[in-house]
Ligand binder design. Sequence first.
Ligand SMILES: *[C@@H]1O[C@H](CO)[C@@H](O)[C@H](O)[C@H]1NC(C)=O
Ligand SMILES: *[C@@H]1O[C@H](CO)[C@@H](O)[C@H](O)[C@H]1NC(C)=O
Ligand SMILES: *[C@@H]1O[C@H](CO)[C@@H](O)[C@H](O)[C@H]1NC(C)=O
Ligand SMILES: *[C@@H]1O[C@H](CO)[C@@H](O)[C@H](O)[C@H]1NC(C)=O
Ligand SMILES: *[C@@H]1O[C@H](CO)[C@@H](O)[C@H](O)[C@H]1NC(C)=O
Ligand SMILES: *[C@@H]1O[C@H](CO)[C@@H](O)[C@H](O)[C@H]1NC(C)=O
Ligand SMILES: *[C@@H]1O[C@H](CO)[C@@H](O)[C@H](O)[C@H]1NC(C)=O
Length: 922
Amino acid sequence: MGFNSVCFLLFFTAVVVAVNLDITTAQIPGFVSLDCGGQSNFTDELGLNWTPDNQIIYGITSNISVTNETRQQYQTVRYFPADNRKYCYTFGIKTRTRYLIRATFLYGNFDNNNVYPKFDISMGPTRWATIVISDANTIESQELIFLASSETVSICLSNATTGQPFISTLELRPFNGSIYLTPFENQFFLSVSVRINFGAENEDPVRFPDDPFDRIWESDLVKKANYLVDVAAGTDRVSTDLPIDIGKDEQPPQKVMQTAVVGRNGNLTYRMNLDGFPGPGWAYTYFAEIEDLGPTKTRKFRLVLPGDPEVSKAVVNIQENAQGTHRLYEPGYPNITLPFVLSFKFGKTSDSSEGPLVNAIEISKYLKISDGSLDGEVAANLVSGYKLLDWAQEGGDPCLPVAWSWLECNLDREPKIISIKLSGKNLTGSIPSDLTKLNGLEQLWLDGNALTGPIPDFSGFPNLKIIHLENNQLSGDIPSSLGDLPNLSQLYLQNNMLTGEVPSSLLNKNLVSNYTGNTNLRSGSSGGRRNRNIFIGLGVGAAALFLGFITSCLLLRQRKKYPKTEPKNAMPVMNNAANEAAQSFTLSELRSATKNFEKKVGSGGFGTVYYGKLHDGKEIAVKLLENSNVYQGKKEFANEVTLLSRIHHRNLVQFLGFCQEEGKDILVYEFMHNGTLKEHLYGPLARERGIKWLKRLEVAEESAKGIEYLHTGCVPSIIHRDLKTSNILLDKNMRAKVSDFGLSKLAVDGTSHVSSIVRGTLGYLDPEYYISNRLTDKSDIYSFGVILLELISGQEAISNVSFGVNCRNIVQWAKMHIENGDIQGIIDPALGNEYDIQSMWKIAEKALMCVQPHGNMRPTMSEVIKEIQDAISIERGVVAAAREHSSDEMSRHSMLQMGSLDLGANDQDLSIDESFARPGPR
Ligand SMILES: *[C@@H]1O[C@H](CO)[C@@H](O)[C@H](O)[C@H]1NC(C)=O
Ligand SMILES: *[C@@H]1O[C@H](CO)[C@@H](O)[C@H](O)[C@H]1NC(C)=O
Ligand SMILES: *[C@@H]1O[C@H](CO)[C@@H](O)[C@H](O)[C@H]1NC(C)=O
Ligand SMILES: *[C@@H]1O[C@H](CO)[C@@H](O)[C@H](O)[C@H]1NC(C)=O
Ligand SMILES: *[C@@H]1O[C@H](CO)[C@@H](O)[C@H](O)[C@H]1NC(C)=O
Ligand SMILES: *[C@@H]1O[C@H](CO)[C@@H](O)[C@H](O)[C@H]1NC(C)=O
Ligand SMILES: *[C@@H]1O[C@H](CO)[C@@H](O)[C@H](O)[C@H]1NC(C)=O
């Protein structure tokens, strides 16, 4: 089974693992450099002392080898199973100190699988980032700046959606004094987005020992997608050897400040992607005058951010602000809302003789700190009593982002522990008193241990339903307060050393219980034998009732837990064959409906399509299949038709029936009034019918949902094999539906590919499939990527004229432009300026992922949908904001977020038709 977030979510009985690592004191006090998967201590060429993570008892180490990466810490990784657990590294830290923590990931194809991993990392209960590997030889890096509020910090890996979670290094760097203090540091971490050294000497970053805190100042010469593009003409690189007065040592290091760029023509412009944005963030610029201006020249400039006129009011005059040359001036915005694609400009003022100069910038996103579960502290105390046992070494928060293996939490924003299952874990001593502080507890399983002492007082547990204490060595009386627990329904105390009598409060309760095997326990004095029999009878009856109750509860819980996801893969779409026979039309009926096949409305690989109207006025599309060798026999045709009749989705063209007479094979579909997407994008009608960017995104979303349904909602899943803009049809309301599905071969359940004759359409054809003849759903993803590129560019997939010499293919052409950061070069001129560049970038980047040469590097349809939905909410937000003439950035973004919530919660994504396919009540 491939990617399946549904299973992930539904069976979230998480298991967590951790290790405690002693802080090693390298020559820089407090620096920790952990070489994950490494074997030995070593000092690198920067002078940093690395230690292996070999104290961690989980995960597997692996050697990797990446060209040009010779640093020892990148020769190994540690990876973890792709299960529902979290895997944590826990560090001891100093409270009230600010730290930089950096996690890096170099995939290096450690598993010889070339499946690029995707997983989450969290810091304690706070989800930090999703790590998406998109190149085996590129290091992914995440940095966070935080104020330590407790004595440990845990970094956890979890939620693998593809591949196996892994890690290369973890670095912890303490700061001095008040550096990076923000007014919000108790509620927000700073997630570092960019830290740029302008005018850098070469592509190497500046870091330790030049930067005493080992921040990484990336060179502005580094080439990557949409990083520092759109550089204004006349941008010069300048540098100095003179020392720079950077004040306290917390500022950018001297080496960074000694280089800069200058806009000789009056402007410095840049554009780049800000990972993690849009949202509120922290942005600082660092200036030092390093040119000799002399007395007659002046340098004054303003920062210009499109859409943020306030920012442009402040004028920078470095010499004046810094009170001299070669001195640092560092204006910034501690709280500014920035977009995902940031374009900025420094423009000289009209009275300035010189153009602007900038040495460095630093931008971080505010990341909301999760308060964690309410029982976090109690749980930490509880496990601290069992330090050496595996289950007690799971680090991080007990509930977030994933709960420890042996407990369950409720779904509140600040969750509470509701179930503890420590059966057979070799627990000794008395029942930990900390347990009695977990007042949300509903189930307690401590059976099969060697616990001694009395049963504690659980009277503060209004929710406690199930108690398993059997097979221990508990002694003393059974507390009568157990009988007062209003919800208690199961109590297992057998095989202990309990004494006294079973309290009458328990005997009178409707309860499943077992007290046997406690030799000195009497069953209760009040009623004698007869009463006891009644009690057992009642108990058994109640047990049956109760079992029924738990089962339905569990179902309810699962539903409730993840209301937005449907267990699609579990949907037996192909059941009930008998009920779903396709409607059979007679040829004469269709002849009359189509006026003897008079009006041709389309033709495709499978046949010609005619317009028709049934007696009841219903408009239909009648597809007269070519008598090619697609449908060789009656049986195959019948199979196909039966299949088609069972696929219902609002984004798939509805199949109405079939006709097989006089050697003709005919399929009948609903009629789609607005034709194909292709006609709307180019061709004679495109100009008048031209569709706007938002509409294109909606079309993309709708058709993607149709395809996703074929891939994941049907059993066996269906690979379309011939996705293209002429197979995406638009109905009366311009809603997109995918057509011609199911005419290709079905994917066989359980195998990942189906070998068959290569078919498809030039320009949309997955090159991997073409070469290997191995068909997977990733071939459809490729074709869909091409469709996304067509939506962006309004260009046909294959063209002799549009893409220049030696390039006939939209993929090569678009890839070249997008990777150079030149997205403008491919945007359909018909869109004018009516689009948001951020949403455009999102789609362009996803489209490139879809057309990766290897299927396993391509995203799944649901990932693509997510990105399209994000782009739509950006676009809708922009449209709405423009409508309201609102200049309040913050409110605009909160509105954006609401927009995407609305999308996510849209339960109506599934059509009513589909309900038949869901499993019925058992
Ligand atoms: C590695 O370094 C740590 C701390 O610096 C030390 O405790 C440990 O003994 C060293 N291990 C080896 C194998 O030298
Ligand atoms: C590796 O380094 C060599 C020489 O520095 C360079 O020519 C080559 O492009 C590099 N290869 C990669 C994959 O970075
Ligand atoms: C796991 O990752 C997927 C994909 O990145 C995401 O949609 C989902 O919300 C994550 N689940 C949890 C519990 O964080
Ligand atoms: C700087 O940018 C502004 C606005 O984009 C433009 O009007 C001006 O001509 C530019 N100046 C130069 C010298 O290019
Ligand atoms: C930032 O500013 C906005 C309003 O401009 C405010 O709502 C928000 O709470 C501030 N703080 C953070 C950390 O975003
Ligand atoms: C319990 O202890 C026994 C004996 O020491 C050991 O063999 C067993 O693996 C332990 N079980 C667990 C779950 O730790
Ligand atoms: C009670 O526990 C004992 C010992 O485990 C078992 O043999 C017996 O069947 C149980 N009785 C009931 C009613 O469940």
